[in-house]
Design a protein. Sequence first.
Length: 202
Amino acid sequence: MRQLLASARYIMFLPALSNVLAALVLMIYSAKQILFVILELLSTTLTVGKVPKETLFKTAISFIEIVDMMLLATVILICGLGLYELFIGGLKLPNWLSIRNLDDLKEKLIKAVIAVIAVQFLVAVVHNDGNLLSYGAAISMVTIALAIFTNLSHSSKKKHQAEDEVYKTEKIVKNVLHRFQDSVEQPQNVTSIHPQSNHRAS
């Protein structure tokens, strides 16, 4: 029964693989969109000879939107890799992407989500959205809330690490004192044995 429950963690392979495949699809689509935008810009340059400012502006907007899609794919990829690393493990990831617990996964996802929100706000600014003020206020509130949550979780994590270090130090000190007391008591026991042996010999 224990082995069955322990092997149930491999169920997370399905959502991890699904997230990785979704991120791969978004990356391929983004790369294709970039290729189309570049080819369109080159064709306009070859036919007209000079690229109008409106075309450059539209091209910049297209690139920003594609970057937004790539960041979203990055969020999905981090989620998939994090689920696999937490429940199955065995991935050789870079140090900045190493996920040891659920707090690490949440922290990395929050940072990626903030980057996506920032790019979306930039797209809204470029499109000159009419509700830009309310949209910016909403994004600011969400970003501040996520930043506060990240700082609180990071501070609590540091507190738990400090408590663990104090507990380990106290445990080491107790072991050293216990060994020292044993080493002090051992010679006394040896000297107390010698008079008895001499008395028997006489």
